[in-house]
Design a protein around this ligand. Structure first.
Ligand code: CDP
Ligand code: CDP
Length: 219
């Protein structure tokens, strides 16, 4: 018997566009598991830094990636990020050194191979809302439920700084959009939502309305 097709709502977009906030609310409304793939790249970056590896040394990062010691158990409706058996905190995952290095780590092909395999494996859990940069384009390109969340650069920088993070969102966007492997693109078939001037609730409602229109009965 073949396994059922994955049921994954994909949400992609640039840094601080609102992907995580929207994905978390949509997952809650549907009873799906929320997966923040950015945290997986951030966890890999944390592990690289802890191992004393230079994030710019792509060869050393590639050799380290397959045995980095990361896992993603589910708790409270979302995947957590564990490293060497303990949960990494939001402070660690969003720390300045991680913000600075993560888009360099994410360019390394062996890193992407390891994390994309793990992301596809999560579909065995049931319905997912998965957000990142390449979810609709590379990880689950056959999903009928794809979204791309955008917002102006000024709005994104302001929202990130309101969250209390010093984060070079423009520089990360440049690196993420220009890399050779799985660059940030609007996935084919994705519905684009401009989240610059609407409220978070309005953005969530637009996603849920589109899912209803697409026949996802649970919505
Ligand atoms: O929250 P924010 O949008 O600022 O970033 P994130 O989603 O936590 O992702 C951090 C970084 O991980 C991104 O800037 C990308 O370099 C990388 N990433 C990726 O390459 N592919 C993904 N599917 C998710 C994140
Ligand atoms: O995951 P990503 O980096 O794309 O964005 P986020 O971590 O969800 O951060 C977006 C921030 O902007 C959060 O503090 C949201 O509450 C806020 N926000 C939003 O996402 N959408 C709006 N329409 C208004 C505010």
């Amino acid at each position: 018997m073949s396994s059922p097709a994955p049921l994954v709502i994909t949400i992609d977009g640039p840094a601080a566009s609102g992907k995580s906030s929207i994905a978390r609310e949509v997952a809650r409304a549907l009873g799906f598991v929320y997966v923040n793939t950015g945290n997986m790249y951030r966890g890999m970056t944390w592990a690289v830094l802890q191992a004393g590896i230079d994030p710019a040394d792509a060869e050393a990062v590639a050799a380290f990636a397959p045995q980095a010691g990361l896992s993603c158990p589910v708790a409270e409706g979302r995947t957590q990020l564990h490293w060497q058996g303990r949960a990494l905190t939001d402070e660690e995952l969003n720390s300045d050194p991680v913000n600075r290095a993560v888009s360099h780590i994410a360019r390394v092909e062996a890193v992407r191979t390891a994390l994309v395999d793990a992301q596809r494996g999560l579909a065995a859990l049931g319905g997912l809302v998965m957000e990142g940069r390449d979810i609709g384009s590379v990880v689950f390109p056959d999903s009928p439920y794809k979204f791309y969340i955008d917002a102006s650069e000024a709005v994104r920088a302001a929202r990130r700084s309101a969250q209390g993070h010093a984060d070079q969102v423009a520089e990360r966007d440049r690196l993420d959009s220009t890399r050779k492997t799985s660059p940030l693109v609007i996935p084919e078939g994705a519905r684009v939502i401009d989240n610059s001037t609407i409220t978070l609730q309005e953005a969530v409602d637009q996603v849920l309305a589109a899912l209803r229109a697409a026949g996802l009965v649970a919505a």
